[in-house]
Design a protein around this ligand. Structure first.
Ligand code: ZN
Length: 450
């Protein structure tokens, strides 16, 4: 495996602004990498720099990428589910609001400093027509096609251009639909690839027998999403091995990106690798992602290496993905001030806020837990989740980091104290996005709309 060149010592202002590489491993949970699952390339970047062990994101692609690209929380940049107008695709389910046009994006900041900027990804939501990648001078999206993404990355890095480069890459392998990879078969040789390729029939053929059902029952996925489909232990093991195989595969793809990055002469640049959200693999009776705030979805890997970043350091202080925005500007010498690099030595004292919006489509289709939105406050080792129509859930993060034991009835004073920190100021963005038929079809093919 390729080892990233370590850059130890005191940060020095570079004579030339550093090349910057940001890789999002879409849908990768923090507890399914490195110490928990062999992902040697991600580990190599961590060894060369800093690993943040308590990094959090939003619960799905749209708000998380907008936070990464703007440095803002979702209720500030506006890109999240909406029950009202917004990105409403004809005949479709997805109802999201667009990213605010007055939010200055990472690509716009770097372009203003003379950077060449390129975004290459496999998630259809990065389509330039949808606005998330605003400011990148080059955007290439190949929905659910990491091989094409890697080829495009090679082309971007091979192009002759003297300007420093900001390159964003989104790799999609860990996102459903999961395929059988070499890594998967090493974990579970008896899996049959042909049964696992439809995102909305996810795992149906293989998992149905473990739930006492047949694969043809039309409401199986809906019942699973409601949390009332019981899967036996072997079924859950299969799901985890499928997912883990894809995570190990995406680590190999990361190795490809970094090999190409280094051989293009950019080994002294800044490299950040993270994810936009995790995935529920049966915990709490749920699968997939988007609509809750539990750590299976919001706890993501985050590693950062390069000039100005210490080597081999672990940061346990909670940080949020949006804070990478300021860190990258700081490492490029574009902006001074605080960023998550400030957390290296200083314990965090301010509360962290998160929010998941109600999705009107799923509220109608699934009901139950999906008929409301959720807010979360984390402060002083505690987490409070409040549903907009249900009660509160309180968790002691010191003794229960997985947030499995609700202590709200035992600690009403703590609930009240944390509620005082819930300070969400939501500004609705204006303006609708119009999406052409081809973009609709790409979103439909990936399961975002039906
Ligand atoms: Zn995603």
């Amino acid at each position: 495996m390729l080892l990233l060149m370590a850059c130890a010592g005191e940060p020095e202002p570079p004579a030339r602004k550093p090349d910057i590489l940001v890789v999002v491993l879409d849908t990768v949970r923090a507890d399914h990498v490195m110490a928990d699952l062999p992902t040697p390339q991600l580990q190599a970047v961590a060894d060369a720099g800093v690993v943040f062990t308590s990094a959090s994101s939003s619960s799905w692609t749209w708000p998380s990428h907008a936070s990464l690209f703007t440095g803002q929380a979702p209720w500030e940049h506006g890109a999240h589910f909406t029950e009202g107008d917004g990105l409403t695709v004809a005949g479709g389910w997805i109802q999201v609001s667009p990213m605010r046009r007055d939010a200055v994006t990472l690509a716009e900041r770097f372009s203003a400093e003379g950077y060449r900027t390129a975004a290459v990804g496999a998630n259809a939501l990065l389509d330039p027509d949808l606005g998330l990648t605003r400011g990148f001078e080059q955007v290439a999206v190949y929905p659910n096609h990491d091989v094409r993404v890697l080829q495009e990355v090679d082309a971007v890095l091979a192009a002759e251009d003297d300007r420093p480069l900001l390159l964003f890459v989104n790799l999609y392998a860990a996102h459903a639909p999961w395929e059988i990879r070499d890594a998967t078969q090493a974990l579970q040789p008896r899996l049959d690839a042909a049964t696992w390729l439809d995102p909305w029939k996810l795992n149906r053929a293989a998992i149905a027998p473990h739930a006492g059902r047949t694969q043809d029952e039309p409401d199986m996925v809906e019942r699973w999403l409601q949390g009332d489909l019981e899967i036996d232990a072997e079924g859950w093991e299969l799901i985890n091995q499928l997912y883990n195989g894809e995570v190990m595969h995406v680590d190999r793809e990361l190795n490809h990106v970094l090999t190409s990055w280094n051989t293009s002469g950019r080994s002294s640049g800044v490299v950040a690798v993270t994810s936009d959200h995790g995935e529920l693999l049966g915990e709490r009776g749920m699968v997939l992602h988007c609509r809750s705030l539990y750590p299976e979805l919001t706890h993501v890997p985050l590693v950062l290496a390069g000039p100005g970043v210490p080597t081999g350091q672990t940061v346990q202080t909670p940080v949020q993905l949006r804070e990478l925005y300021g860190a990258l500007l700081q490492l490029a010498g574009i902006e001074d001030g605080s960023s998550l690099l400030g957390t290296l030595d200083t314990p965090r004292t301010d509360p962290l806020l998160d929010k998941a919006w109600k999705d009107g489509t799923w509220a109608t289709r699934i009901g139950g837990r999906y008929t409301q939105g959720y807010e979360m406050v984390r402060h002083e080792g505690w987490a409070l989740i409040s549903g907009t129509t249900s009660g509160h859930e309180l968790y002691d993060l010191e003794t229960d980091p997985g947030m499995t034991m609700d202590l709200s009835e035992a600690h009403p004073d703590r609930v009240d104290a944390l509620r005082q920190h819930a300070d969400f100021v939501e500004e609705r963005p204006t303006g609708l996005l119009e999406v052409d038929d081809a973009t609709q079809e790409r979103l439909r093919a990936m399961g975002y709309i039906q």
